[in-house]
Design a protein around this ligand. Structure first.
Ligand SMILES: [Zn+2]
Ligand SMILES: [Zn+2]
Length: 130
């Protein structure tokens, strides 16, 4: 092999190596990017799931509080504690008394005289405690 040929081969080898390295680096970078994107997506999904769970728990707690606040004695109207099934004052049955819209059925706040959603009249609704 002549000098020219060996120089040519050397250059070709170097070029080949450089190309391989460049390809490897590009592939690694692309893999990193893809993994980052997957991690980010996973985080986002997890965060959304946690937020949903928190919202659900908050809604459930609000629902429980609303039910507890609605417990009254059916005879004397006394507000009952969550533990009472019968009134400790008069022995009357404890029921849940809600104020609901007579039109859309939405549960109304204590101060509402008309439904803030549809303008319907507010009626009292008595529910048996299960
Ligand atoms: Zn009572
Ligand atoms: Zn309404």
């Amino acid at each position: 092999m002549g000098l020219f040929d060996s120089i040519k081969k050397g250059i070709a080898d170097l070029l080949g190596k450089a190309k391989d390295e460049a390809v490897e680096t590009a592939v690694d970078a692309a893999k990193d990017k893809a993994n980052d994107a997957i991690d980010n997506a996973k985080d986002a999904v997890r965060e959304r799931a946690e937020a949903r769970k928190e919202q659900k728990e908050e809604a459930a707690a609000a629902e429980r509080a609303a039910h507890e606040a609605a417990r009254v004695c059916s005879q004397c109207g006394r507000h009952a504690s969550p533990a009472e099934k019968f009134c400790s004052e008069c022995g009357g049955k404890i029921v849940e008394k809600f104020r609901v819209c007579s039109k859309c059925g939405r549960r109304a706040e204590e101060a509402e005289k008309f439904c803030t959603e549809c303008g319907g009249g507010i009626a009292e609704k008595i529910e048996e405690i299960k």
